[in-house]
Design a protein around this ligand. Structure first.
Ligand SMILES: Cc1ncc(COP(=O)(O)O)c(C=O)c1O
Length: 411
């Protein structure tokens, strides 16, 4: 007798900053039969995925492909391939995921210089540019959309300054790709990492990346050193003293790009079902149209914010740099935030997120991302949150939240 029941996850309304609900078309795509990784039918799907990623990243870069692993595998692949031990890396931090960039850069052996901003704010680009001029780093690593604080960092001026000063700039766009404008080429970003489980609404497990020829040149230099080392039996008494090989096999972009090139040099075994999912997810994004999709995210944010404020709740953070797809709400004084979240999940099947570090117990984070970013979800959440807050003794104006959101939809 089998002790385990058949898998039957409860249907949820997921209003977190990821993972979010997945379009049934993506789930269906994941159930198709496996193809061999060098089957021309499969490699054609890989090529489609690269082409669609270029469109979503808004780039002409040759290299745009997914890393097999969660978003941080993409970050780690880019940083371990671009940072040589001893390189100076500047990380302007304004939330939890800036610290992740710092940690990975340090593990790559970089001399890391950080800037730190109070949580809830972002940098005036001039502050970052002044730090670049002062510190003269080899590389700048920065987050675009910080899900821990719900803020968005303007990148265009920073990207252009880096290009002028010949500094590589790497961007964590895990939370923004497919939900808010991200212009890889126009903003002069050298390497960018996206996430699947947020605005692209594909399950977690792949990290789309793109990088340009400036980044590729550094990777290629390190690759030729590695080849030289192997041929000389590991003797590093030549050029290898100046340039060091990439210290990862799984995340070595020089090997991965050979696998994604027409040469198809074997590396790992591509994640067939995840590739189907990503391809379908990207197809859905492009079919909706990027501008239409951004407008949908803005509309749902406007309705959500109007509803929360009409209820009497206050938002966290500097409103001028609010990230469209993540809304941070202050937990009313005296209310147990975790009890509210549990009741939302248990009684209404709705999940919202708690928070990290200094914001723990202070705010809830509500995501309006991808397939989860819908009128139905916003209205359900507002109605449910009102009911749960009343149960927790909060004096709110009942009925006002849903009505305020309906005013936005019906205007
Ligand atoms: C901005 C940002 N960067 C990086 C990550 C790390 O992604 P993952 O958990 O998929 O490795 C996250 C995850 O929530 C994120 O929000």
């Amino acid at each position: 007798m089998n002790l385990y029941s058949e898998l039957s996850p409860s249907p949820r309304t997921i209003m977190t900053p990821g993972p979010v609900e997945v379009d049934p078309r993506v789930l269906r795509a994941m159930s198709y039969p496996i193809l061999g990784q060098f089957d021309p039918e499969f490699t054609a799907l890989m090529n489609d995925t690269m082409a669609m990623l270029r469109s979503v990243f808004r780039t002409e870069n040759e290299w745009a492909f997914p890393i097999d692993g969660t978003s941080r595998s993409g970050i780690e692949a880019v940083l371990v391939s671009l940072i040589e031990p001893g390189d100076k890396v500047l990380v302007p931090i304004f939330g939890r995921f800036g610290y992740l960039l710092q940690e990975i850069a340090e593990r790559c052996g970089a001399a890391v210089v950080v800037l730190e901003k109070s949580w809830g704010e972002v940098y005036d680009p001039e502050e970052v540019i002044a730090a670049i001029l002062r510190e003269k780093p080899d590389l700048v690593a920065i987050v675009h959309g910080e899900t821990s604080t719900g803020r968005i960092q303007p990148l265009e001026a920073i990207g252009k300054a880096c290009r002028e000063l010949d500094v590589l700039v790497v961007v964590d766009a895990v939370a923004t790709i497919g939900g808010v404008p991200l212009e890889v080429d126009a903003w002069c970003l050298d390497a960018v990492i996206g996430g699947t489980q947020k605005c692209l609404s594909v399950p977690s497990g792949m990290a789309p990346i793109t990088y340009n020829d400036r980044a590729e040149r550094k990777i290629a230099r390190r690759k030729s050193i590695e080849r030289g080392l192997r041929q000389s039996g590991g003797d590093s008494s030549n050029d290898a003293r100046q340039i060091s090989p990439i210290r990862s096999n799984y995340l070595d972009l020089s090997q991965l790009q050979d696998y994604w090139s027409p040469r198809r040099l074997n590396h790992h075994t591509e994640m067939t079902s995840m590739l189907y999912a990503l391809r379908e997810g990207l197809r859905i994004v492009l079919a909706e149209g990027m501008e239409t999709r951004f407008a949908r995210h803005r509309l749902q944010e406007t309705a959500l914010v109007a509803g929360l404020q009409a209820m009497g709740l206050s938002l966290y953070g500097d409103a001028r740099c609010k990230l469209t797809v993540v809304t941070c709400v202050r937990i009313p004084p005296g209310v147990d935030g975790e009890s509210v979240r549990s009741m939302l999940l248990e009684l209404f099947g709705i999940e919202i997120a708690s928070s990290f570090g200094p914001l723990k117990g202070e705010i809830w984070r509500i995501g309006t991302m991808g397939y989860s970013c819908s009128r139905k979800n916003v209205l359900h959440l507002l109605g449910a949150l009102e009911a749960v807050l009343v149960r927790h003794g909060v004096h709110i104006q009942t009925g006002a939240g849903v009505q305020a959101a309906m005013d936005i939809y019906c205007s």
